[in-house]
Design a binder for this molecule. Structure first.
Ligand code: PCA
Length: 325
């Protein structure tokens, strides 16, 4: 009897040693609507990881700010409340100006330039995030940013006093410099903000206007192509360190695929969503020459302000980007 017990105990130990690590479930908060291309890309990334790791790591996405609102996602990951998530990179500009490298008006205004700017900034941003217990996985740009208004606007003077929805420091500053009144609101909340008159304008992509059906409240979209801000996916570095080398390789490969697919989708979504705004009844077209000239002047002011705030590391990013152009 004793022999049998010993044998059974020995077998149980052997089985326990041979068994794979228990499957983990990673909840992944995302701030934008499920239909948005970033969320669709994230959902595919999650599937890729779940399949590729043979179910060792199952990622479950939570779009629309349903698990954490956008502004809380980074902190939730840093502190280990959730292992992984997506956030607008320039949303952290209030912590460190460097995070706002992609929201400088008229520095990088096309997908190609945005890709080069990212290449120039990526090492610095990766390091900055690493210092904050975060490991960068991938980043995808939003389509070019344009201006939304309720009424026709042909110059900066026409913007005076308009309530403006902002999404980061740069957009709040743009409002100040154009005489508008900034109020910071997450994309998930803007339909209501416009419907109730909390704001009557914003700078954003055609994509966000389309996702939030802003034609129910706003009438004009001016294609200014001011900049292309990025969303990025990050994982808690402690959690990342605990992942096996094989699974890390799978996650990195899935991230690379997601970045590629996300970029492609962003480009495709640009024309599609601008047409969607038109179909919704909005007037969509380029801004007047006067408005563009005036906005470019404001862009110079904001570039200088950013360079001052971001110091040598910021200047190095802009220099590296210009050298690539
Ligand atoms: N949409 C996001 C950020 C940039 C964009 O195009 C938003 O408006 O919140």
């Amino acid at each position: 009897m004793k022999d049998l017990t010993t044998l059974l105990a020995g077998t149980a130990t052997a089985i326990a040693l041979a068994a794979p690590a228990a499957a983990e479930k990673w909840d992944m908060p995302m701030a934008y609507s499920a239909s948005n291309f970033h969320s669709a890309t994230g959902a595919e990334f999650a599937k890729c990881v779940t399949t590729g790791t043979g179910g060792d790591i199952e990622i479950v996405t939570h779009p629309s700010g349903s698990l954490f609102p956008g502004a809380q996602i980074k902190r939730a990951i840093q502190t280990g409340q959730v292992p992984i998530g997506e956030r607008l990179l320039s949303g952290h500009q209030n912590e460190n100006a460097l995070f706002g490298f992609d929201s400088i008006p008229f520095l990088a205004t096309s997908f190609d330039d945005s890709a080069m700017l990212w290449e120039a900034a990526k090492p610095t941003i990766t390091e900055l995030l690493a210092e904050q217990n975060l490991t960068l996985l991938y980043a995808v740009p939003w389509p070019p940013q344009g201006l939304y208004f309720k009424n026709e606007v042909n110059s900066v003077a026409d913007m005076e006093g308009i309530k403006f929805r902002s999404y980061n420091n740069a957009t709040s500053r743009l409002a100040e410099l154009t005489g508008m009144l900034p109020v910071t609101i997450e994309a998930a909340e803007i339909s209501q903000a416009f419907a109730t008159g909390v704001a009557d304008s914003m700078v954003s992509s055609g994509s966000t206007g389309y996702d939030r059906k802003v034609w129910e409240s706003l009438n004009y979209f001016y294609e200014v192509d001011a900049w292309l801000p990025r969303n990025y996916v990050m994982v808690n570095s402690g959690v990342w360190d605990g992942v096996s080398d094989g699974n890390k390789a799978v996650i990195r490969a899935c991230a690379e695929l997601a970045e590629y697919a996300g970029n492609w989708r962003s480009k495709e979504y640009t024309g599609f969503t601008l047409q969607g705004l038109r179909d919704g009844g909005m007037t969509v077209g380029p801004a007047s020459d006067q408005m563009v000239d005036e906005l470019k002047e404001i862009g110079v002011t904001m570039t200088n302000e950013w360079l001052e705030a971001a110091g040598d590391d910021g200047a190095a990013i802009v220099d590296a980007f210009k050298a690539m152009q």
